[in-house]
Design a binder for this molecule. Structure first.
Ligand code: BJW
Length: 225
């Protein structure tokens, strides 16, 4: 049984209409990271951070999975238990495509997190700093996403998957954000064949054995077939 680990980034959702972060005109061209994607930004101005994520949540709710999400779901269905998808994306497009067990290492727009007690629940479309936690009642509700300086979710499980991988593929991620940017080198160290699928070479392209360049919706379907 072959073990395949697929890391996805914002590029896989670009053709579903969701903006990437670092491409020209991307999210970080419109918003400064220090204003919206750090714990300090949230402590300073929670309303601004909630406005940013409420807008992204509304946009994500309109998006539909594209041919790349659908192809990865088909790959999982064809090889039950052999294909793990780890996504840095906070949208739910892999789930909408039918992928089971997706690991959301940077959290999910659709979930809320209580900064006081750690309770999680389904986010309302318009979250606000005044929302009370359904468990402890404290008004410290934040989006359940991982900001710079915070520990990505389920790292031990991800590192175990990488250590056992025969094949590792990264789809639509720039390789600028760690620890995800280090996954190819982790997987390669354990003997996995590493494939990068992207419009262009990422910042960590040298860690891969093979590159397939082009839009994910064009490159991924024949790659999984
Ligand atoms: C297409 C396409 C198409 C377009 N088809 N392709 C080591 C060295 C240096 C620094 C650090 C380090 N380790 C940690 C750090 C600090 C920091 C970090 O990485 N800083 C760097 C910027 C230098 N990392 C952290 O703080 C992380 N936490 C951490 O490390 O905790 C400690 C720890 C220690 C030990 C072990 C484990 C942990 C947390 C990072 C959290 C990132 N959060 C964000 C926001 C999430 C919520 C939200 O969505 O708002 O995550 S930032 C943003 O970047 C988001 C993304 O998931 C992430 C990655 O972006 P992604 O997906 O790669 O998108 P882009 O836009 O960068 O690239 C898109 C790509 O797609 C491009 O390449 C295009 O070419 C391509 N593309 N269209 C195919 N159609």
């Amino acid at each position: 049984m072959e073990k395949i680990v697929i890391l996805t980034g914002a590029g896989i959702s670009a053709e579903s209409g969701l903006g990437t972060f670092r491409d020209a005109g991307g999210i970080w061209a419109e918003h400064r990271i220090e204003d919206v994607a750090t714990p300090e930004a949230f402590a300073r101005d929670p309303d601004r951070v909630h406005r940013f994520y409420n807008a992204r949540r509304a946009q994500a709710a309109e998006a539909r999975p594209n041919a790349a999400h659908l192809a990865l779901a088909r790959l999982q269905a064809a090889h039950p238990g052999e294909v793990v998808i780890v996504t840095q994306n906070v949208d739910a497009l892999h789930e909408a495509a039918g992928s089971p067990g997706v690991i959301h290492m940077h959290g999910q727009l659709a979930r809320a997190l209580c900064a006081a007690c750690g309770h999680r629940w389904d986010a309302s479309p318009e979250m606000s700093a005044a929302d009370a936690c359904p468990s402890c009642g404290v008004r410290a509700c934040r989006p359940d996403v991982v900001w710079f300086g915070e520990m990505p979710y389920r790292m031990e499980e991800i590192l175990d998957h990488l250590a056992g991988a025969d094949l590792f593929a990264a789809v639509g991620t720039s390789g600028h954000v760690y620890p995800a940017a280090g996954f190819a080198s982790e997987a390669a160290a354990s003997g996995a064949h590493c494939v990068e699928i992207n419009l262009e070479a990422s910042a960590v392209a040298a860690d891969f054995d093979e590159a397939r360049q082009g839009p994910a919706s064009v490159v991924v379907p024949p790659w999984v077939a």
